[in-house]
Ligand binder design. Structure first.
Ligand SMILES: NC(=O)c1ccc[n+]([C@@H]2O[C@H](COP(=O)([O-])OP(=O)(O)OC[C@H]3O[C@@H](n4cnc5c(N)ncnc54)[C@H](OP(=O)(O)O)[C@@H]3O)[C@@H](O)[C@H]2O)c1
Length: 285
């Protein structure tokens, strides 16, 4: 298994399987198929509403727990108990129960919204208690990431951010590397936006290698040492997306892909006040 080593020594498979937008009643079958295809790294979130189904697939697979790398994410806490720190621990327990696990490999703050400093302090304690092997964040812009690092004990192991050929985040990755934070891509295919799968430059590179555009994109990410977690509900595509370890892009092809960068999100801006209110106000449970 090809892995990256996180800032606390934990090894994380560089390629995983994401389950965002897979309906709960289809998730168990999809995750079982992904595990059968060879994936050992799964990415879910409390907000996806499918942790229970992910847990059922893990159980049904019979795969040893130590062979798996399981990530889930904490949704924005609204402190019904009056303490975000306490509620974070309750939310963590619920995720663990839904997944049917007794520890997590990686727990991420899903959004840089609300009182995420209290969330982080609770997560530091859960990590110190041995319940989470690594803790990290998601959707953190560089300024938020650096501020969190400067005011806490533990440096996030991972920052999971939108990263694909149209939003490459080379500068953000450099800053993360300087602080020992591993970049992880969400939306490696930009969910197909901008006609990614028929992009002429990517199709040309794919043809040269006898591979698909999806494989070129994933290979380009992992050659940049970006962890990737593509999603598919189709077993043929799961296998295709996993089959990227027998070829390499040349330096020239790597730099050709950089020309596709628009340096902007294709989804949403975490600094847009309307989006901050909409996401921050969303409640789960
Ligand atoms: N932290 C966050 O805020 C955040 C946000 C978004 C996503 N994520 C994580 O990142 C994961 C991946 O991102 P994503 O699900 O948004 O999008 P994605 O992986 O970029 O794209 C998924 C789309 O690509 C299609 N696809 C997959 N493999 C393909 C292939 N080989 N050829 C052609 N089409 C293919 C899928 O269709 P089919 O399913 O029909 O094959 C689906 O429509 C998520 O599942 C989630 O775990 C995190």
């Amino acid at each position: 298994m090809n892995t990256v080593t996180l800032n606390n020594g934990v090894k994380m498979p560089i390629l995983g399987f994401g389950v965002y937008q897979i309906p709960e009643d289809e998730t168990q079958a999809a995750v079982e198929a992904a595990l059968a295809a060879g994936y050992r790294h799964l990415d879910t979130a409390a907000a996806y509403g499918n942790e229970t189904a992910v847990g059922a697939a893990i159980k049904a697979s019979g795969i040893e727990r130590e062979e798996l790398f399981i990530t889930t994410k904490l949704w924005v806490q609204h402190a019904p108990s009056g303490s975000v720190q306490d509620d974070t621990k309750v939310a963590f327990d619920k995720s663990l129960q839904r997944l049917g696990l007794d520890y997590l490999d990686l727990y991420l703050i899903h959004q840089p919204l609300g009182d995420y400093y209290s969330e982080w302090r609770a997560m530091q304690e859960l990590h110190q208690e041995g319940l989470i092997r690594a803790i990290g964040v998601s959707n953190f812009h560089p300024d938020r990431l650096v501020d969190l690092i400067n005011h806490n004990q533990i440096v996030p192991a991972v920052n999971q951010v939108e990263t694909h050929p149209f939003h490459q985040r080379a500068e953000d990755q450099k800053l993360m590397q300087e602080h020992g934070v591993q970049i992880e891509s969400w939306g490696p295919f930009a969910e197909g936006r901008n006609d990614l799968f028929s992009n002429s430059l990517l199709s040309g590179i794919a043809e040269a290698h006898g591979k698909s555009v999806a494989q070129i994109v994933l290979r380009w990410l992992i050659q940049r040492e970006v962890v990737a977690i593509p999603k598919s509900v189709r077993a043929d595509r799961m296998a295709e997306n996993f089959d990227i370890f027998d070829f390499a892009l040349t330096e020239e092809q790597m730099s050709q892909v950089t020309t596709l960068d628009t340096e902007a999100s294709l989804f949403f801006d975490h600094r847009d006040p309307a989006m901050v209110s909409r996401l921050g106000g969303h409640r789960i449970d």
